[in-house]
Design a protein around this ligand. Sequence first.
Ligand code: VG1
Ligand code: CO
Length: 543
Amino acid sequence: MNIREVATKSFDDQKPGTSGLRKKVPVFQQPGYAENFIQSIFDALDGFAGTTLVIGGDGRFYNREVIQTAIRMAAANGFTTIIVGRGGILSTPAASHMIRHYGAFGGIILSASHNPGGPTEDFGIKYNISNGGPAPEKITDAIYARSKTIDRYLTIETPDIDLDQDGETQVGDAVVRIIDPVADYAALMETLFDFEAIRALIGGGFRIAFDAMSAVTGPYATEILERRLGAPAGTVRNGTPLPDFGGHHPDPNLVHAKDLYDEMMSADAPDFGAASDGDGDRNLIIGKGIFVTPSDSLAMLAANAHFAPGYAKGLAGIARSMPTSCAADRVAEQLGLPLFETPTGWKFFGNLLDAGKATICGEESAGTGSDHVREKDGLWAVLLWLNILAARGESVHAIAEAHWRRFGRNYYARHDYEGVDSARADALMADLRNHLPTLRGTAIGALRIEAADDFAYHDPIDGSESRNQGIRILFEGGSRIVFRLSGTGTSGATIRVYIERYEPADGDLGRETGDAIADLIVAAEELAGIARHTGRAKPDVIT
Ligand code: VG1
Ligand code: CO
């Protein structure tokens, strides 16, 4: 075996963010950059000699190169089985499933998710542990610490593996297995949902439009929606993963999936529209004539999950990230279920899912998932919606309205200020933090502040503490504003302002969101001085 120890110089910017390390491609292309981070992952782990590692990515530019690097390094470091999705492709939820299904020690997922791809765009690497979920902070902190002192990495001299042929190749002491990225995942979906009922719905003329955004869900959605569920060819649009996602942001929101939105609002709209992001863990849900906010979708899925066979016996609990609207809380309350509020990022759900405390989890950023894997799962959410629609025989619109009449409505929007100078964004947050102690009991217009804090999470399972997870301003009556800085961007800072207004079930449930939260938008500006700090009069993206 030709294991080589290669001397390297450490980089000081390899701190994983909300979901792994994300940087521009040219940063990753620096000699040793990807190698250092991958070796830092291995150096932060213990006891993996002789075990299995899963490797795959979302197909973006530079994916294949780093997959070859990761295979060599995994073999040199002592993994003896390396499972790779054919073509280097694995959606994030499919990778999570594979880790669990094959009893792997962990997995390396190459993705920058919804960020654009291409030679000058974004790339990313993240590590998932044996439960299939993103590494918890304890591990990501150890990886970062190691990356600052690393001076060598291990690799092995071997020709490139043919990623496009299923089969096994010996690399040193390791067997590299190239396998179908879709089959195991599609089989898992068949165990959770009533495919026959969905097939009958579609056979009866129910029309679906799914936009894979030239990203990783193309092959998954084509197999499941068109081949297994019988939707007509063309149901899946932009179904071929492209290294640059066709030049678009593979971000399924109302800005980047505007064509789908416009179509769903047109007179001849299909019955159900959906889209997923670069790595397949997010979902956008639009019914004919109605956009369902991700926070509402979480609540509606939780309230109706029992219609799907995989959840027929009910839920153990619901978990949501802190900035996600409290719509799910109303469902938990009425169904008598525990509700957990975690910091942003899927890694915080892992312990709750492993402990059987939560069955369904979600984030306002279009992420929903369950205990079937340990990542959010875009197609899973689409299939659960389809299963519910098939079982109830009602439209998305009817289901949403009935939901609000039962639970009340949380009008919700997120305002993003992108590419802000980091020092200015930090100053805005610091100012807000300084004012926190004085806010309680004060009023802005008709809004009275009931509580204000910097969110800290105490993990009920392992006792770990995560501080400074976002500033919450809670108003009497259930309205909220949350401020936090993004942890997934690759240039400057992104300020996220999450705005929510609660309307009880007997209130006005049919308003335009913009009107319903107008006073809170004014209050957010007053509280944070966004224009003063950033020079921006309005957000770049509203979702
Ligand atoms: C964003 C979202 C967060 C999500 C994360 C990763 O993080 O807000 O909810 O978990 O992206 O999703 P941030 O720190 O930029 O707000 V993905 O689909 O990019 O892996
Ligand atoms: Co994603």
